[in-house]
Design a binder for this molecule. Structure first.
Ligand code: BES
Ligand code: ZN
Ligand code: ZN
Length: 483
């Protein structure tokens, strides 16, 4: 689908469908004829995401007008625009609409809203149907969408949104792949393709190199699988950096998590193909970074492994030495994400990253705590946390600040090694975060647990079932608005 700037005069524009935003309790001045009647009868209420399609409205050149509810004006924001645009594109799918216009008029015509609309249009069109042989849902989407808004920066704002939207779809295309097709090796291939196409420097460390460096925590996880691990490094260097900061983004890349010897129940195990969603999000983010060119250096790191219970698999009771030199007693081989992230965090610091953000489908406990709505955020640094929360506001990716408290560290004490890899029964997301903190030292760091938010089981009007790409939008905003 092509997204382009549209004429300011959307009322006189010829198109298959014109999408107009209608607030709750504030009828638009240009509503006439059947639209006014619909509004006055209460059939159009303006409630968020309400969609009403009307053909042949007098006064409009468009063949159809789609009235999209935008809720109360005081609650209206870019995150809602993104959802409205995505819901509109999904609603129009399969209705034979080839070209359409999304209008943002009056006070709605801001750069943030325009970018959000573009993100919504691009991501709304996505479907998880790459492996269907027939009737691909994604092919029924509108061919071209114009965004109409009276703003000089219209075209730049659209470009920003399209870049972020395409990056989200790239990340979703990687995350949706089944575990037989997306192994650590093919995940690295996908990242390499992206890096080459976008001019990023790229490297993959193989098992031998990781052993040479001493990544014992990661290699312990990888040893039960016939698939070799891959440690993916993608680097962006700005032409002119605005400071010394170097952002390291780390994404968990477990291409399948059986649990290893501490094996998971078979029911629902297929879902553990999305245990690499964090890594996929980082790969997508690096594509957006390469195209948007922020003035801060950004390195993306994805430790990719498969967690299997093969004959060489690590056992509960094993003690491994991490890249940091710290020893870890493995008490549960299903707590593997923190092990691979520990070595990735240490490696990122060795590369010179001054600030770190990792994202990972790390714990079932975060799903118990926050459900499928918000990602859990753990932060060792208040300034970085403030930037992160700020960045999440315009991305619309909900974040909830969780405690990172030394008292949770007590759960990780063992007499046999420096630390053990699981805590007690309660507060599992917090003890997992404390495990990671052990390896960050004094580098400002944020951990984002996306176990509940990386995958959508029940589709929404604005988003297909499957991977969401979270927290890519926040990553990109963080880098672009770095302070
Ligand atoms: N990948 C899982 C976490 C997960 C659970 C992600 C549900 C998405 C949905 C992780 O590796 C894991 O198995 N964690 C264990 C940790 C436990 C053994 C301490 C968990 O959460 O049960
Ligand atoms: Zn696990
Ligand atoms: Zn896992």
């Amino acid at each position: 689908m092509e997204i382009k700037p549209g004429a300011v005069d959307f009322i006189g524009a010829e198109t298959d469908a014109l999408v107009l935003i209608e607030s709750e309790g504030a009828r638009r001045a240009d509503l006439a004829g059947p639209l006014a009647a619909l509004y006055d009868s209460g059939e159009i209420s303006g409630k968020p995401l309400e969609l009403t399609l009307v053909h042949g409205v007098a006064g409009f050149k468009a063949r159809r007008v789609l009235i999209a509810g935008a809720g109360k004006p005081e609650k209206f924001d870019a995150a809602l625009v993104r959802r409205i645009a995505a819901a509109a594109v999904r609603f129009l799918k399969g209705k034979g609409v080839k070209s359409a216009i999304f209008a943002l008029d009056g006070a709605h015509a801001t750069a943030a809203n325009i970018s959000a609309a573009a993100i919504g249009l691009v991501t709304g069109a996505w479907e998880p149907d790459v492996h269907k042989t027939e009737k691909k849902d994604s092919e029924k989407a509108v061919d071209s969408f114009s965004i109409s808004a009276a703003l000089p920066e219209l075209s730049a704002a659209i470009d920003y949104g399209v870049i972020v939207g395409e990056a989200l779809n790239l990340s979703r295309n990687i995350a949706v792949e089944p575990p037989n097709l997306l192994t650590p090796t093919t995940m690295a291939d996908r990242a390499r393709e992206m890096a080459k196409a976008n001019g990023l420097s790229f490297e993959v460390l193989d098992r031998d190199r990781m052993a040479q460096l001493g990544m014992g925590a990661l290699l312990g996880v990888a040893q039960g699988s016939a698939e070799p691990p891959a440690f993916i490094v993608m680097r962006y260097t700005p032409a002119k950096a605005s400071g010394d900061a170097h952002l390291g983004l780390i994404g968990k890349g477990v291409t399948f998590d059986t649990g290893g010897i501490s094996i998971k129940p078979s029911e629902g195990m297929e879902k553990m193909k999305y245990d690499m969603a964090g890594g996929a999000s980082v790969i997508g983010t690096m594509q957006a970074i390469a195209r948007l060119k922020p003035s801060i250096a950004v390195t993306g790191i994805v430790p990719a492994v498969e967690n299997m219970p093969g004959g060489k698999a690590q056992r509960p009771g094993d003690i491994v030495t991490s890249l940091s030199g710290k020893t870890v007693e493995i008490l549960n081989t299903d707590a593997e994400g923190r092990l691979i992230l520990a070595d990735a965090i240490t490696y990122a610091k060795q590369l010179g990253c001054t600030h770190l953000v990792d994202c990972a489908t790390l714990t079932g406990a975060i799903v118990v705590a926050l459900g499928y709505t918000s990602s859990g955020v753990f932060a060792s640094d208040d300034a970085l946390l403030a930037q992160w929360m700020d960045a999440s506001k315009t991305s619309g990716e909900k974040m909830w600040h969780m405690p990172l408290d030394d008292d949770y560290r007590d759960q990780l004490k063992t007499v046999y090694a420096d630390i053990q890899n699981i805590g007690g029964r309660w507060g599992g997301a917090c003890s997992a975060a404390m495990f990671l903190k052990e390896f960050t030292g004094d580098t400002p760091w944020i951990h984002v647990d996306i176990a509940g938010t990386a995958w959508l089981d029940d589709p929404k009007p604005y988003l297909a079932k499957g991977p969401t790409g979270v927290p890519l939008g926040t990553f990109v905003n963080l880098a672009m608005n770095w302070k």
